[in-house]
Design a protein around this ligand. Sequence first.
Ligand code: MEV
Length: 326
Amino acid sequence: MSEIISTSAPGKVILFGEHAVVYGFPAIAIAINRRVKVSIIEGNETSKSLFTPDLFPKNQFDLTNEHIIPEQLKAIFFLLKKTKVIERLSYGQQILIKSQIPPSAGLGSSAAISVSLAMLGTILSNQELQLENINKIAFEAEKIQHGTPSGIDNFVSTFGGGVFYLKNSLKRIDLSKISFKIVIINTKVTRNTKDLVLLVKKRYEEKKDYVQELFNEIKTITEQAKVYIEKGNIDKIGELMNENQVALEKLGVGHKKIIEAINILGNEGALGAKLTGAGGGGCVIGIFDSKEESSIAVQKAKEEGFEAFTTEPSKIGVIENGIKKD
Ligand code: MEV
C-alpha cells in the first residue's frame, strides 16, 4: 500500500486557564512533540474507506455509507465531506489516521485530527494554504465533537509553539528563556470534554458569583504565568500551576486519580503539577528542571499503573509531510 499524500499536526498541553478560556478568559497552551498523521493510501480494495487504528483498531469504515459511521467519528466524517475529500478520493483509496496522542485524555487529539484533515482537504482542492482557514475549518469540527469549545486546541495544533489565547486572538509566547521537562501522566480515566464543559456550565448557572470568582483567580494566575514564562522563572511557573490546580478542583473537574498522579509528581521533585485539558480524569502534567527527576517520575508513575511519558514543546504546527510519487 503506497502513501499518496499526508499531513500531520501536534497535540497540546494547556499550562494555564482551561475551562475559564471557554468564558473568554485567557489561557496558555503549548504544542507538544506528539502528533497525528493523516494519509491517503492507495489500497487494494474497491471502496473509499477510513481506517483509524488508534481509535477503532479492528474497523475500517466505508466512507460512501454515512449511516454506518459511528458517533465518535462524526466530526471526522463532517470534515471529509466539507473539504470534499470523499468526493476527490478514488475508489480503492483509504484515509488512514494514525495518532501518537492518547485519545480522550486532554491532549488535543481530536483537534490534531481535525487540523490535519482540514489541511489535507485544502491541499487536495488546490486552494492556497492559509493557516487561518485551516484553523477555522477545524474549529467547525471541534464544535461537532465538543459542543462549545473555546478554539484553543485547534489554534495551538494549527500554529504550533506557545500561545496566549484570548477570544480567538493569537499572541505567541516566547518560550526561549524557559527550559523544562514536562512529564505527562495519563490517569487512563477516559472522559469527554463536552460533558466536562457542560458540567462547568451547570455550576456556572447555579453558582454564578462563585464560579466567576474562580475564573478571575485563574485569569490572574494565567496573566502572571505569561510574564514568568517570558522571564524564564520556572519556580514561579510551578507555583502558579499548583494554584491553578486548586482552582480547578474547586470548579469540580478534579478526580482522585488526578490527585494520585499529582502526588507522584510532587514526591519526585516536580516544581508544579496540575490536570491539563478538561479534567475529570485524563492527563496530569508536571514540570521538572532535572532530567533525572523527570525520568524517575515517569518510572514511578508506571509502577503505580499509570501511563506516563516526557514531552517537550514543539514549534511545528500543521504541516504537509510530502507527496510521494510512485
Ligand atoms: C480542552 O482542551 C480545554 C477546555 O478549556 C475546553 C476548551 O477550551 O474548549 C476544557
